[in-house]
Design a protein around this ligand. Structure first.
Ligand code: CAA
Length: 388
């Protein structure tokens, strides 16, 4: 078994770690405090080829593998979790389904400018009355000639306020359940596309989300993604990939908190010695580092399977479930190690703690990940796609 990164993965690791340390980390606290969208950093992500990492070069992307992508998201999120999720949504939730399901004509308009980072994408599945139960959506798309009329609302749309286009899901035939859902790519200039005010959030405050209202919104048939009725499977397959991005984001947050706590423990003295010499602190650091490593292995395994083109629903769900719960545990322990200093905004660990929580919620709550894992275990047996 080879645990060594290859040359490209190593280059991506070093480049993104350096970029995150020099350009992202110094502004992360201000972005959070001011709830400011990192426009300049998003431009830099584009220049560095990080906005469409897995999209082939002919379509404006960088054409690297999903393991490289997971490494990059971890490092960018280590610098700033908000910047990490802006990048993850464009890569995983927008570019990925467009690359898989669009025609070449559609890719010219809806993929190339987004994969290069000239434009930004978002993903509309969640609705005010259907989050976890994604199948039972209220948004409708009614066919009229060569157009569809979309009516409904999608909420908590990450990148919504800035995005140039959305991959959105609507019921074309509600009587068919999940087989009556269809995907569309809709530009922000479309008539009846309304961007509502941005949400006020606990964490990842530099990444903006909002509700998008489709008010008799006209969408050309030429902007339908895939076939009528294929939408739910497009959404689920997309989330299998997206969950790798969120697992990697959680890893970046956890690692930032763990490193801060380790450094603090070497400096801070109690009972005459640095607190790192107390076994109570050593045990915490050992548990934090072990869990982060285990979460990374699960994340890279899911990414490896994605690269092999093998269905990886179970492995992505395991990675996302475990990594996001590790991020909550590690950031909680980091605050404990900092003591009172961990609770004030002068130090970064309270931000890491607030940023970690969303990883247990978006792209499927931890409860939904357990449902996906259990459904796969019961259907296919205890072993995953790799036979163990
Ligand atoms: N890939 C392909 N097809 C899939 C699939 C997958 N991973 N998962 C399910 N399907 C197919 C099934 O095979 C089934 O197909 P048939 O009709 O041919 O049998 C069909 O889809 C319906 O599947 P289920 O019966 O399993 O569907 P369900 O209604 O029981 O729902 C669920 C399953 C796992 C609970 C799903 O609703 C789910 O994942 N919910 C969570 C939604 C979610 O993650 N939302 C996140 C929004 S995006 C976001 O958060 C963005 C952000 O801000 C960053």
């Amino acid at each position: 078994m080879d645990f060594q990164l290859d040359d490209i993965q190593t280059q991506i690791r070093d480049m993104t770690q350096d970029f995150a340390a020099k350009e992202i980390r110094p502004v992360a606290s201000a972005l959070d405090e001011e709830s400011r969208y990192p426009e300049e950093l998003v431009k830099r992500l584009a220049e560095l080829g990080l906005m469409g990492m897995m999209v082939p070069e002919e379509w404006g992307g960088t054409g690297v593998d999903a393991v490289s992508y997971a490494i990059a998201i971890e490092n960018i999120s280590w610098g700033c979790a908000s910047t990490g999720v802006i990048m993850s949504v464009n890569n995983s939730l927008y570019c990925d389904p467009v690359e898989k399901f669009a025609t070449d004509e559609q890719k010219k308009r809806h993929l190339a400018p987004f994969a290069s980072g000239a434009k930004l994408g978002c993903f509309g599945l969640t609705e005010p009355m259907s989050g976890s139960d994604a199948q039972h959506m209220n948004t409708r798309a009614e066919k009229k000639g060569d157009k569809y009329i979309l009516r409904g609302q999608k909420n908590f749309i990450t990148n919504g306020p800035q995005a140039d286009a959305i991959v959105v899901f609507a019921a074309t035939d509600p009587s068919k359940g999940s087989r009556g859902t269809t995907a569309f790519v809709v530009g922000r200039d479309a008539k009846g596309y309304v961007i509502e005010p941005k949400d006020k959030k606990l964490g990842i405050r530099g990444s903006h989300s909002c509700t998008i209202t489709f008010d008799e919104c006209e969408v050309s048939e030429a902007d339908r993604l895939g076939d009528e009725g294929q939408g739910f499977k497009i959404a689920m397959g997309t989330l299998d990939g997206g969950r790798i991005g969120i697992a990697a984001q959680a890893l970046g947050i956890a690692r930032a908190a763990y490193e801060a706590a380790r450094d603090w423990s070497l400096e801070r003295k109690a009972f005459g010695v640095p607190i790192s010499q107390h076994q109570a602190i050593q045990f915490k650091l050992a548990d934090m580092a072990t869990q982060i490593d285990a979460a990374r292995m699960l994340t890279w395994r899911a990414a490896y399977l994605k690269d092999k083109g093998v269905r990886h629903s179970r492995e992505s769900a395991m990675a996302k479930l475990y990594a996001s719960e590790v991020a909550m545990r590690v950031t909680t322990e980091a605050i404990q190690i900092f003591g009172g200093y961990g609770y004030v905004t002068e130090y970064p660990v309270e931000r890491h703690f607030r940023d970690a929580k969303i990883c247990e919620i978006y792209e499927g709550t931890s409860e939904i990940q357990r449902i996906v894992i259990a459904a796969n275990l019961l259907k296919s047996g205890p072993f995953g796609a790799l036979g163990y």
